[in-house]
Structure formats: structure tokens, C-alpha cells
Design a protein around this ligand. Sequence first.
Ligand code: NAP
Length: 264
Amino acid sequence: MKRYDGAVAVVTGASSGIGRRVAVDLTDRGATVVGLARRGDLLAELQPTIKAATPASRTQTCDVSDERAYRQVLAEIAEEHGGIDILINNAAIEQLTPASDPERMMEGARRLFATNFFGLVAGTLAVLPGMIERRSGIVVNVSSDAARAPEPGHSAYSASKAAVSAFTEAIAHEVAASSVHVHVLYPGWVPTAMGMSGFGEGDTLPPKPVRRTEEQVSQLLLNRMGGPRIEINAAWLPLLAPIGRTVLPRAYQREMRRRFAAIG
Ligand SMILES: NC(=O)c1ccc[n+]([C@@H]2O[C@H](COP(=O)([O-])OP(=O)(O)OC[C@H]3O[C@@H](n4cnc5c(N)ncnc54)[C@H](OP(=O)(O)O)[C@@H]3O)[C@@H](O)[C@H]2O)c1
């Protein structure tokens, strides 16, 4: 099991789901973690758990869509600990943005990009100079299979995640010579609050090969990050989506349209 003893890590979206699990698992592997999110009550519940594992760990409220505030928080953490070794840009939101409702679509797209993309860009750019100077560091930007197989009704979310993937891959090449590792994580489908949103009682959940638990995604990430691969994929089946779109376009399109009909 890979250890992170002495490393200083920031995890955004630490109040729930995948981010919470990654924060806890990082402290179990020896890292000092600062967990960020907006909901202070959930962060207050998390704090004793991460502190018990590594006493300097803590949580702090921070809205990553407020780029200036997020950069400021990262600067203060770097000052406090002498640098940030690991940044997990995990915070994100999701909402339906059907094209049939242009006003909702534009408002939703701005909101989604502010958190899912521009917040993540601001965080990445804030920590990279210190990492490049020290010639060491890890940034993980959490994307989604929606980036590879954009889902009808979720155009803005899918676009924000495609932007995350493209940005992250390009930056990973730029900093590779400085021994800084920049990864894009595809978690598969995880039954978190976000994963379950849109599923009603009795609805068919995504197929087993794409289902993962928070723990599985977190453990895979902590074992793989810092390694040579830019992409970290929790499930392999979604990797076939771009191939299916090209090789079997009619079947692929039929399936996507069935999904759209299902969400109404
Ligand atoms: N679950 C899935 O199936 C799935 C699949 C593919 C990708 N993902 C990605 O995995 C990541 C984690 O999602 P999850 O499934 O764990 O969902 P989740 O349980 O809803 O967690 C999302 C986290 O993001 C935080 N967050 C949202 N907006 C924020 C903001 N403006 N500032 C700071 N924190 C913010 C939330 O905390 P607060 O509300 O307290 O701020 C929460 O802790 C996301 O990037 C998501 O897109 C999930």
C-alpha cells in the first residue's frame, strides 16, 4: 500500500461522497489533509476522524467557485505548512440543462462551469508554481465518463467535465519535465448524492461493470496517483463508449436517445 507520510494534501468536496472518502483514506496513509467544501456542518463531522489519524489535519469551509477565495485559502495552507504536496480537485455540482429551456441552460452552464471547471483551473494554477519549484507534487482533477459520452439532458455538466479532461491532459504534458504529476480521474458510477440524483425508486441503476464504491475509487486513486499514467480509470467499460460511437453509431445513438426519453 502506497504511503503519503508527511505529505500535505488538500481535498475539495470533502464534505461528502468520493471527496470525503479520499480525505479519510489519505490521512490513514499518513498525509496531513485539509478538507474543503461549503457545508460546515458536514466538515465539522469529518474533522475529528481525519485529526485522529494525522493531528494537523483539519477542515475549512471554502466555495471553489469563488476563484479568489479558493486561491487565498490555498495560499494560506501553503504558508501554514510550507507548501502543498497534493491537490485533489474533486468538488463539483450537477444539474439537468435541457436545451428546451434556454434560460435554465445558460444559467446552469455558467453555474456548472464556475465550480466544475474554473474553480478547478484556479486551484491547479495556484499550486503548480510551488510544486514545479520543489520538483515534486500531485494534482488530481476529477472528471467523469460524461466527458467521453455526453449525456442528453446533461449537456452543460458533460461539457464542463470534457473541459476538465482536456485542460488536465494538456497541463500534465506541460509540467511532466518538472516531475509534477497531473492526473485526471474517471470514477465510473458511484452511488453518492450526485450519483443517485436523477434515479427514482425502482429505476434501473447503471450496469455493474461501471459501478464502484467511494472506497474502491479512493483506494485505486491513492495507489495510482504519482505514477506515470495521466488517466486513472476506475471502470474500463466506459472506455468503449467513444469506440461504440464510431463503430456502431446507430446502436449508440439509439441508446443515448432512450436514456433521454427515460429522464423525460
Ligand atoms: N458519483 C458519480 O457517479 C460520479 C461519476 C463521475 C464523476 N463524479 C465526480 O466525482 C466528484 C465527487 O462527486 P460525488 O459523487 O462524491 O458527489 P457528492 O457527494 O455530491 O460530492 C460533491 C462534493 O462537492 C462539494 N462541492 C460542490 N460545490 C462546491 C463548491 N462550490 N465549493 C466547494 N465544494 C463544493 C460538495 O460539498 P458542499 O455541498 O458541502 O460544498 C460535496 O462535498 C465530482 O467531481 C463528480 O463530478 C462522480
